[in-house]
Design a binder for this molecule. Structure first.
Ligand SMILES: *[C@@H]1O[C@H](CO)[C@@H](O)[C@H](O)[C@H]1NC(C)=O
Ligand SMILES: *[C@@H]1O[C@H](CO)[C@@H](O)[C@H](O)[C@H]1NC(C)=O
Ligand SMILES: *[C@@H]1O[C@H](CO)[C@@H](O)[C@H](O)[C@H]1NC(C)=O
Ligand SMILES: *[C@@H]1O[C@H](CO)[C@@H](O)[C@H](O)[C@H]1NC(C)=O
Ligand SMILES: *[C@@H]1O[C@H](CO)[C@@H](O)[C@H](O)[C@H]1NC(C)=O
Length: 151
């Protein structure tokens, strides 16, 4: 069952990569990297915490590949962000490789003084799925899992 799921995901990613590279006439591809950041050591909501984990608002998020920032955004009041990219400019296969990461540039101490003021949350990027919006084929990506690096 698990291996079947694995194969299914592999096929899905392979199809998306093919789609992104093929640029079917009349169907335009758009990459949407979205996610949310919470005010915790790993940026995730802590399940069953005594007090709910607050979102991390106004945090600077960037996407960098090989150490070069290719795009950035700010989290909104709910700690959510969205970055759209043109796959012709930034190939999906590169974004999904270990070469590229999503980074929370603003230190965690900016959302809570009890959290570290050094290091940054970083995550590889994963493929979630595609959604079609009229003539636009949206390739949805998201951070796989944030980890505090360089603390
Ligand atoms: C990107 O994905 C997020 C989350 O699914 C959504 O809220 C946002 O509207 C999407 N942006 C675009 C341009 O499709
Ligand atoms: C984040 O940390 C919390 C608390 O330590 C833990 O329960 C949760 O599983 C972690 N989430 C991830 C995605 O690592
Ligand atoms: C959280 O609490 C709910 C209800 O008490 C419980 O069903 C669930 O298993 C708990 N989850 C974790 C990760 O502890
Ligand atoms: C943050 O953005 C998300 C996704 O676009 C949206 O659903 C949410 O309402 C926004 N929150 C605030 C406080 O603007
Ligand atoms: C962090 O918070 C301080 C004090 O509110 C502010 O001056 C600073 O610009 C913030 N840093 C970032 C990267 O948002």
């Amino acid at each position: 069952m698990a291996s079947l799921k694995c194969v299914a995901i592999f096929v899905m990613v392979a199809l998306a990569l093919q789609l992104a590279d093929a640029q079917l006439p009349g169907l335009q591809n758009l990459i949407n990297i979205s996610g949310s950041v919470s005010c915790s050591l790993n940026g995730s909501v802590i399940v069953n915490a005594t007090t709910p984990t607050p979102p991390f608002p106004n945090a600077l998020i960037d996407v960098s590949c090989g150490g070069n920032v290719i795009s950035s955004a700010m989290t909104n009041g709910s700690g959510m962000f969205g970055i759209t990219l043109n796959p012709l400019q930034f190939p999906l296969s590169n974004l999904l490789s270990p070469n590229c990461i999503v980074r929370v540039v603003t230190p965690l101490s900016n959302c809570s003084t009890t959290l570290p003021s050094t290091g940054s949350l970083q995550s590889p990027i994963q493929f979630i799925g595609t959604t079609v919006q009229g003539p636009i084929n949206i390739l949805n990506l998201a951070p796989a899992a944030f980890q505090l690096i360089g603390n």
